[in-house]
Design a binder for this molecule. Structure first.
Ligand SMILES: [Zn+2]
Length: 209
């Protein structure tokens, strides 16, 4: 006797968002009702598992770019058969933010009218690869790229003591301050910490040159 899988759609009929094709890229998340700043819009991954950062599955899943580093240091891997906040597209002028605490959530940062696409700021950090992630978000203020690139020069100008960031040379500091101001202006200040964490990690790893 074969058992038919239950249609997944019925599980989501009460969700305040829907998942459909976006003009930005692929599938996106759309509001089915208005949201106010501070409201949780959707769980990052309604079905997920958490593994250690060094787990082979975490490393493999990182290539899909939908993993999320949780605040407890583990990696959240969404079950991509179940739609969720992991489908949110990036925008340089987003209306929501992704927070990694607990199981991960997408939270409204500015009023979202019904029908509008829910967008977040990916905050990706690249290394010596400034053109890695071109952006087609369509925002008037689009940066042209989703990534913030760190170069060897940036790593050289970073000061780390005892595994902690203690400062940067003037040129890099200016760059970081400028990016931080931009992030604040779009309600994404939580992204700043990932830049510093990446700089510290790059500074501490053995240099191959
Ligand atoms: Zn953009």
């Amino acid at each position: 006797m074969s058992r038919r899988a239950r249609p997944a759609k019925s599980m989501f009929s009460l969700l305040p968002v829907e998942f459909r094709i976006s003009s930005i890229a692929g599938r996106g998340v759309f509001a089915r009702r208005p949201f106010e700043p501070g409201e949780i819009v959707v769980a990052y991954a309604p079905r997920q598992r958490k593994v250690e950062r060094t787990h082979p599955d975490a490393i493999a899943a990182a290539r899909t770019k939908v993993t999320l580093l949780s605040d407890d240091g583990s990696v959240i891997i969404p079950d991509t058969r179940v739609p969720g906040g992991w489908l949110c597209n990036h925008s340089c002028n987003p209306n929501a933010a992704l927070y990694a605490s607990g199981t991960g959530r997408v939270q409204c940062t500015r009023a979202i009218p019904r029908g509008e696409e829910v967008t977040i700021f990916y905050g990706w950090v690249s290394y010596n690869d400034p053109l890695r992630d071109p952006c087609r978000c369509g925002a008037a203020s689009c940066r042209g790229f989703m990534n913030f690139d760190l170069s060897d020069e940036d790593v050289d100008e970073t000061h780390v003591v005892g595994g902690h960031y203690v400062g940067a040379e003037a040129r890099l500091r200016e760059r970081l301050v400028e990016y931080d101001e931009y992030l604040r202006s779009i309600g994404q200040e939580q992204v700043s910490a990932t830049i510093i964490e990446t700089l510290v990690r790059l500074k501490q790893r053995p240099r191959v040159r």
